[in-house]
Design a protein around this ligand. Sequence first.
Ligand code: 13P
Length: 279
Amino acid sequence: MALVTFKQLLAVAQNENKAIGAFSVGNMEMIMGAVQAAEEMNTPIILQIAEKRLKNSPLELMAPMMVSAAKNSKVDIAVHLDHGLTIECVKNALDFGFTSVMLDASLLPYEDNVNATKDVVAMAQNYGASVEAELGVVGGNEGDTAEHIIACTDPVVAKDFCERTGIDALAVAIGNAHGNYPVLPSLRFDILEEIQAIVKTPLVLHGGTGITDPMFRSAISLGIRKINIATASFDSLAKYAKEYCNNAEPADYFKLSSAMIEGTAKNIKRHIEIFNNQV
Ligand code: 13P
């Protein structure tokens, strides 16, 4: 199969009433675990990394691995820059062969978000790449910044934003938050329904970690076509690595590497099953 854009994957998801999992990766083992899970489930995925994670996992090292893993996979895979914060980083990702990018200008005043997003759409077109943007404020944080207070996406503004920018996917804020939720989230499906009724652009749900299976199903039934999972994969990798090290005397690097791949794959397979509407 092939390295594809997420626009292609989201169109298929739309027809089949499912969502594509967008899985954050931070090292080679996470990439291998994600691809292994996708191949075992015979399901396309999106491999992604956020700009804030690049200090731990530099783009110049991660990008060639991510793109190569996608090209050599038995399933279709899109490679995506999640939460791009600077136009320089967006351009670097495109130069490395990422097939989609997100510029997160959601904290800027509305007109500035529109203009910055339009610039990214124009740039991405030169590379044949897709673009995601965000409206409203998703809670939690990405990396070590301050927590954001949730502000739900306004459906009417979302329609205007998608029409004026020409983006390929819109990340919505409906009570979702990045990271582990302190209490079970209560997602505003009423707002999602209103957005879906007037916005034709495929919708994205960030902050997938900790969202329950029934909530995922409801979100998919209301037009969510891309679901981001990061923390749950990092936690699963760390758990498997810790268990291995606690039980192995002496610990062996190669077995530790396998444990990290397995920990990532386990979490991703669980999510793919739900996103495919299989369980
Ligand atoms: P979680 O870390 O909550 O899974 O969120 C992932 C995400 O939305 C990345 O943009």
